[in-house]
Design a protein around this ligand. Structure first.
Ligand code: GUN
Length: 295
């Protein structure tokens, strides 16, 4: 079998077109422009490039967008008061603090300082709790993107055996929770594997849908996959640079052997990656809609 490709790049473009339309409609109905602030602390090159991409996407969609770049030496108090400023700013509907933060800053204190109703990353425990109990919540962008890829490429999750490899707060735990909800695009039977799982292949081979977010290249190979399974590769691992200095990226899944067994697979790059920023934009639009019409 040669697996069909689930192209996140195409699905992300489709969602961005819908967001663009949504922005026009919101502005016509309420005069409100979705507002996003991205806060970058220090000079981590990967973080700089992610934040640049987020700002560019916001700009292209006609958002009111602000980039706050602050020194890596900023004190925790100063960072908290910057967040407070945007919590109170009526023109801002989404606040994103790029992670990781320098060691002298308590990441949880910073994330918890963001108004949960502007937490477009979906990392605040109020949003995590809302998600777990099935209330409307900001969903973290990467798992939200994975769920949309499944829905929009026609993969049935209802009653499916889903196996998630990885238990991070950013991907593994939230995607597992989202897919077990009693809701459309969910209703799955979910197993989560992690570094202490015994005989991981015995779990992955049962999966109708296998979601891999292990942070390790080749963590899943063809012999670990059930014939006909759908495989979503969330991994982004840099293995080197091209002579022009471009990053060479591979996922967590051995694409060659797995694509001979699976019925569908996401490529890296061009799979889950392009979805993450798109879902951040959708969360910001949804936030602006909520602020325009408080419940
Ligand atoms: N660093 C790596 N991924 C993310 C993300 O999704 N959000 C934020 N804020 N920082 C990150």
């Amino acid at each position: 079998m040669t697996a069909r490709l689930i192209k996140g790049k195409d699905i992300a473009a489709e969602i961005r077109a819908e967001i663009g339309q949504g922005v026009k409609e919101l502005m016509a109905a309420s005069g409100i422009t979705p507002g996003l602030v991205t806060i970058l602390v220090g000079e981590n090159p990967a973080s700089q490039s992610y934040v640049r991409a987020k700002q560019q996407a916001a700009h292209e969609l006609g958002f009111h967008s602000i980039q706050e770049t602050v020194s890596g030496q900023i004190s925790q108090e100063e960072l908290l008061s910057l967040i407070d400023k945007y919590n109170k700013d009526e023109k801002i509907h989404g606040i994103l603090v790029q992670l990781p933060l320098p060691g002298h800053i308590d990441e949880n204190k910073v994330l918890y300082a963001i108004d949960p109703d502007k937490d477009v990353d979906g990392f605040h425990p109020v949003n995590v709790g809302r998600m777990v109990v099935g209330q409307p919540a900001f969903l973290p962008c990467t798992p939200y993107g994975v769920q949309q890829m499944l829905i929009r490429s026609g993969v049935k999750t209802d009653g499916a055996e889903v196996v998630v490899v990885g238990r991070s707060n950013i991907v593994g735990k939230p995607i597992a929770n989202m897919l077990l909800q009693k809701a459309p695009g969910a209703n799955a039977t979910v197993t989560v594997c992690h570094t202490r799982t015994k005989d991981m292949a015995s779990h992955t081979r049962r999966a109708d849908i296998l979601i891999v977010a292990a942070g390790v290249p080749n963590a899943v190979t063809g012999d670990m996959v059930k014939p006909g399974a759908v495989v979503i590769d969330v991994g982004v691992n840099e293995t080197g640079r091209t002579p022009e200095g471009k990053r060479i990226l591979v996922g967590d899944v051995d694409f060659k052997s797995v694509s001979e067994v699976a019925s569908a697979i996401t490529p890296v790059p061009g799979g889950v990656g392009p979805m993450t920023i798109t879902m951040l934009m959708l969360n910001t639009l949804q936030s602006a809609r909520r602020w325009a019409k408080p419940a």
